[in-house]
Write a protein that binds this ligand. Structure first.
Ligand code: AHR
Length: 512
């Protein structure tokens, strides 16, 4: 009887140990798509303290600046190679009139930012300032044109002003304002959330509006443009269906916006820093819904465009919590925890794995707003856990996707469960393989046994981002609580690769 009990105990223990094993098979294959670097794009809106008091600061602030652009922020972003920056919104884009933001700053009109707190916007940061910022960052601009309260002519003029290389009145005005050379901006968004803050249109109506605008969004000689249609709100598949049916020939891409709301309730989204394990589980469930959402939008696109000419641009994504207590709730300032890093890493894996269709994505928003990479407090600046994910993942930019199959244990909470491990992998131009692994289970480490087929490799090295708790954050007086360190938990075995993936971690491995 006693020995039967011992056997049962050993079997149970063994099962639970084995249950924490994942199996991963990677298959390097030349036919795979490139992971566009533009999946690693960002978004900066005239909202709260993103542009003003984020990138663009008071001339008396005691930090290094070019004009009023804060250079410590620029330097930090340059290190992670941000490929594009979307501007000026968001909802703000559909009330922005570009002529207000050019010429002598003292003469620029003051406007009210009606979407984001009714504050006065002095237009000191306009087209030239944005394009100067992009130049300093070494990043491609992505300009969202005003459809909601603008006109076709206004958009058409803006593109000519920015891109025309000739003797037109608008090109001369650009030269008078300090930039004789055309800027050659390729990415132009036509509308933003045209189903909501961008005009509350039905898609049947918007499809025609879009085509009218797209017709006059001109490519000038030497400056071909990529038109991106305002796309669906989250799981509004009908929007994608109608736009693909009616307007696909007029677009480089179509967008979709999806935010992870911890509670799933826009009225009470949940705290950025204080949450239970059950709340954490729910947040990760909402984050993983992105996979279903993308697959359904992509399936619709595939029906109309089997050759995958039209890109899906996830040009707003990220976790959206309640604003930090004590801050202006319209400014959407939120802290950023290890949970946010796990979300960013998971979503970037999802985008990479759909690189044949997803060719752009933009995290909302770069500095001081929503899931920010950088937070500032007067002269101080800190890098968030999310920043470090973009640092680890930059190896995937423009690398070739590696397909895989995986079996993973679950992250269990009560009677609910989610896949604990997610992954993406790529082969870079130097022949190095990079694997990014996420373990969303907050308590259990997981052993991964992996076969890497189709390539010879000799050594593995890596970095890990983790911390004691999923609620851990970086603070202005302790800015390095969550930061990447060297990872020694991976080794080459006779069967392939073995990895001890810590609980609540993001790991980036390099095989060469
Ligand atoms: O990113 C904040 C807001 O979210 C954007 O302005 C809008 O497009 C979306 O609803």
């Amino acid at each position: 009887m006693r020995s039967l009990f011992t056997l049962l105990l050993i079997t149970l223990l063994w099962t639970s140990i084995r249950a924490q094993e994942a199996y991963l098979s990677l298959n390097v294959d030349d036919s795979q798509p490139t992971i566009s670097k533009h999946i690693y794009g960002h978004f900066s809106e005239h909202l709260g303290r993103c542009v003003y008091d984020g990138f663009w600061v008071d001339e008396n602030m005691d930090v290094q600046k070019k004009d009023r652009i804060r250079l410590d922020v620029v330097e930090a972003l340059k290190k992670i190679n941000i490929p594009n920056l979307r501007w000026p919104g968001g909802c703000f884009a559909d009330e922005y009139h570009w002529r207000d933001g050019i010429g002598q700053r003292a003469e620029r009109p003051n406007m009210v930012n009606t979407h984001w707190g009714m504050g006065v916007e002095d237009n000191s940061f306009g087209t030239h300032e944005f394009l100067e910022l992009c130049d300093l960052l070494g990043t491609e601009p992505y300009i969202a044109a005003n459809v909601g309260s603008g006109t076709v002519k206004e958009m058409n003029d803006w593109i000519e002003y920015v891109n025309y290389n000739g003797e037109s009145t608008l090109a001369k005005l650009r030269a008078e304002n300090g930039h004789p050379e055309p800027y050659n901006v390729a990415f132009w968004g036509i509308g933003n959330e045209s189903w909501g803050c961008g005009g509350n249109m039905t898609v049947e109506y918007f499809a025609d509006v879009y085509k009218r605008y797209a017709t006059y969004a001109k490519s000038y000689p030497g400056a071909p443009i990529k038109r991106i249609a305002s796309g669906a709100n989250s799981a509004d598949y009908h929007w994608t269906e109608v736009m693909m049916k009616e307007a696909r020939r007029h677009m480089w891409g179509i967008s979709v916006h999806y935010y992870t709301i911890p509670t799933g309730d826009w009225g009470a989204k949940g705290s950025a820093t204080s949450f239970t394990e059950a709340e954490y589980f729910n947040t990760m469930k909402n984050c993983l819904f992105m996979d279903e959402l993308l697959d359904k939008h992509i399936a619709i696109m595939d029906r109309y465009d089997p050759e995958k000419k039209v890109a899906l641009a996830v040009d707003e994504w990220g976790i959206w919590t309640d604003a930090e207590p004590g801050t202006n709730s319209s400014f959407l300032y939120q802290q950023n925890s290890l949970r946010d890093a796990l979300i960013a890493a998971t979503q970037l894996n999802s985008f990479n794995n759909r690189a044949d269709r997803i060719r752009m994505a933009n995290l909302a928003q770069t500095v001081n707003v929503l899931q920010a990479l950088i937070l500032t407090d007067k002269e101080k600046m800190l890098l968030t856990p999310t920043y470090h994910v973009f640092d680890l993942y930059q190896v995937h930019q423009d690398a070739q996707l590696i397909p895989f199959s995986i079996s993973t244990p679950d992250f269990v909470n009560g009677d609910k469960k989610l896949p604990a491990v997610n992954v993406s992998a790529s082969l870079d131009q130097d022949g190095k393989v990079h694997i990014t692994l996420v373990n969303i289970d907050p308590n259990k480490s997981i052993t991964i046994k992996s076969a890497v087929n189709g390539i010879d490799w000799k050594k593995v090295s890596g970095k890990v981002l983790t911390s004691g708790k999923v609620t851990d954050i970086n603070k202005f007086d302790q800015p390095e609580i969550v930061k990447p360190t060297v990872f020694n938990g991976a080794k080459k075995t006779k069967d392939g690769l073995s990895v001890e993936l810590p609980a609540r971690s993001v790991v980036m491995l390099e095989l060469e």
